[in-house]
Design a protein around this ligand. Structure first.
Ligand SMILES: [Zn+2]
Length: 257
């Protein structure tokens, strides 16, 4: 197996990649609050490690990850689903009770940064582009979808955006909940400290911990606005199982490119 990390390939080796399958992964995520129990780089670590593992199977090279994500203010409707009054001004996962703020880039700047990077990769001669996006915020997803379309039209490349969190993994997905915590426990055990969360007798209210199920964002809350898919159930074994499903799904999607 050849080298996978873009930054370590010599120009000669890069040329060979371009003449070969011409596939490049661009991992991107966020630097964002993921509960008091997890490193803030979760989304990007997931995107990067998934890219590296997938590339071992599909071939291609992986560009260094961008810990750069964007967010927008939440609507009163969403705030109410989370257990807020709806009057608050809250951007992304930056809930008032959090001890630190996330590092959200303004959407326009994020878009321009990604547009330039994608443009340079296409100009170098890559013909298949996989934008591996670990941060599922609506605005981020919309921007990256738009840029993938743009790259297809402008450079004639094949491009796909993949969010490496799949329903098929068999566990309830959410922000900083069971699935993300399990993945991080597997990838970087030192980045998870479950002791930062209260004992099991305490249910985790969304507003107190900044942990929210996708189901709450989508369909709505449970009876007491708490987390359904509990990060305290996360283990490295579950994380390994989820990663295996994720990588298999990514390989399948890339083979279609
Ligand atoms: Zn996340």
């Amino acid at each position: 197996m050849g080298k996978i990390r873009f930054e370590l390939l010599t120009p000669g080796e890069l040329k060979q990649e371009l003449e070969g399958n011409g596939l490049v992964f661009l991992p991107v995520g966020s630097m964002e609050w993921h509960g008091p129990h997890m490193g803030m780089g979760m989304d990007t670590c997931n995107a990067y490690e998934t890219s590296l593992e997938t590339a071992k199977i599909t071939g291609g090279v992986v560009f260094p990850p961008f810990f750069t994500g964007t967010e927008t203010p939440r609507s009163p409707e969403t705030l109410k689903k989370l257990g807020f009054s709806g009057e608050e001004e809250i951007t992304g996962m930056d809930f008032p009770a959090n001890s630190l703020k996330s590092m959200y880039w303004p959407p326009k700047l994020f878009e321009e940064l990604m547009r330039c990077q994608i443009g340079m990769l296409c100009a170098m001669g890559f013909r298949r582009l996989v934008i591996m996006n670990g941060h599922g915020a609506d605005e981020q997803v919309a921007i990256l979808d738009r840029l993938a379309q743009e790259a297809k039209q402008r450079y004639g490349v094949k491009a796909a955006v993949i969010l490496p969190l799949f329903e098929e993994c068999g566990y309830g997905i959410g922000h900083a909940g069971l699935v993300e915590t399990a993945i991080m426990s597997y990838l970087h055990p030192e980045a998870v400290e479950l002791s930062e969360l209260p004992g099991r007798e305490v249910k985790l209210r969304n507003v107190d911990y900044g942990i929210v199920d996708n189901e709450t964002f989508g369909k709505g809350p449970n009876e007491d606005f708490t987390v359904r898919y509990d990060p305290r159930d996360a283990t490295e074994e579950i994380g390994k199982e989820i990663m295996e499903t994720t990588i298999a799904k990514c390989v399948e999607l890339i083979e279609k490119l």
